[in-house]
Design a protein around this ligand. Structure first.
Ligand code: XIL
Length: 379
């Protein structure tokens, strides 16, 4: 026990000074990349404390919002490359594997994408929906412009995000409704043509549940049958304390590995707050009213909850390490608890504790716990 806590303290010390040896990326270097999602303050240097953690601990980055359609292509003839360029420069400067997230999604995509130029320019509801050919043209233009700009620099793309319903059927998104189900194949064809070397991924949440997983397996098989070189499937990993079980995670990774694709955990965070809904979906459109009982830890996390979080992280990492031949990356959705989207989703104004670094930028007990699981090569 004494020895463990000394090791823990050493980890804490090493992680907070600039000469860390016991870092996440070092501990898992023989297993998988350790990634983190960055917000603009982190990759532009406005948040130097979080940026220092990123440089010390992580060897892959994902853009939390900067490469989403609404950020990079807000107007039909207006791209906004500044933040995305800064994000890439941060990754290149620090020798990181840089992820692109995401090209085709129903959320955070401006309305104009799905509306025809015909009809009223000022009264939105009078605009007509765009037709299949025009939407395909817009999708192609977006993908060739964005993927083309970062060709050879962004190593892997979440091409299509969240195309499936919980029951495994295809989501009736504007993409699906206007283009038809083949919009998915088209998106991967355009992305592959725009950068033949880039890895192409399918990314979604709740694939640990069997029905949705089966839908995703069918989708991957369809892409493979169409000759798309799909490299991997991203499990978002927006997990709760009691869902999914480690068995579900284990089975899910095994199921995708049988298709010959890599598996990534792409947006890992663990929600310890009381659930606002019984839904396990990470639907960004969800929005519930703030109530005190749903925000119980405004003055800090009770020790017993911290312990449960620590154990849960250790249990999940044991599964990831077990499958290190197929798991190629584990990416956290934020650097510190202060950065997490769970402070404002699905309820605005809560105090969340889902990550490995606390609001003071110090590593939490979960950080030390995952460094000590068998398979992590702690020096
Ligand atoms: C989230 C971001 O973290 C938030 O800042 C933003 O307001 C909404 O989107 N699934 C995804 C991510 O694929 O892009 C989402 O990110 C979280 C759910």
């Amino acid at each position: 026990m004494k020895i463990m806590s000394l090791v823990g303290l050493a980890g804490l010390f090493l992680a907070t000074n600039g000469f860390a040896q016991t870092t996440l990326k070092a501990a898992f270097k023989n297993d998988f990349l350790i990634g983190v999602a960055l917000n603009e303050a982190e990759f532009t240097g406005r948040n130097p404390n979080a940026a220092a953690i990123v440089k010390a601990q992580f060897d892959s980055i994902s853009p939390e919002n900067a490469l989403k359609w609404e950020s990079i292509h807000p107007q039909r003839f207006g791209f906004n490359f500044g933040p995305a360029d800064a994000y890439l420069a941060f990754g290149q400067k620090n020798g990181m594997f840089v992820i692109g997230h995401t090209l085709v999604w129903h959320s955070q995509t401006p309305k104009w994408v799905f509306q025809s130029d015909q009809g009223s320019r000022t009264v939105e509801r009078k605009r007509q929906p765009v037709d299949r050919d025009m939407l395909l043209q817009r999708m192609s233009n977006h993908i060739f412009t964005v993927v083309g700009r970062y060709k050879g620099k962004i190593g892997g793309w979440d091409v299509v995000n969240e195309a499936l319903n919980d029951d495994g059927t295809l989501r009736a998104s504007p993409w699906e409704k206007i283009i038809g189900p083949d919009y998915i194949i088209k998106a991967y064809q355009f992305a592959h043509e725009a950068d033949p070397q880039a890895q192409l991924y399918y990314n979604d949440f709740s694939m640990e549940n069997e029905a949705k997983r089966n839908g995703a397996i069918a989708l991957v098989k369809k892409l493979q049958a169409a000759g798309i070189p799909i490299a991997g499937v991203g499990l978002q990993g927006h997990y709760k304390m009691d869902w999914p079980t480690t068995n579900q995670v284990d089975e899910t990774i095994a199921a995708f590995s049988r298709l010959g694709v890599k598996v990534m955990v792409t947006e890992l965070d663990l929600d310890v707050l009381p659930p606002a809904t019984s839904s396990q979906a990470a639907e960004v459109s969800m929005n519930f009213v703030l109530q005190a009982k749903l925000n119980p830890y405004t003055n800090g996390l009770p020790a017993v909850v911290e312990q449960r979080l620590t154990q849960r992280y250790a249990d999940l990492f044991a599964v990831f390490v077990k499958h290190c031949d197929v798991v190629s990356r584990v990416t956290f959705w934020g650097v510190t608890d202060a950065d997490s989207w769970l402070n404002y989703w699905p309820i605005k104004g809560r105090t969340a504790y889902p990550l490995l670094f606390n609001r003071d930028c110090h590593p939490k007990p979960a950080f030390n716990a995952i460094l000590q699981i068998p398979g992590a090569s702690v020096p």
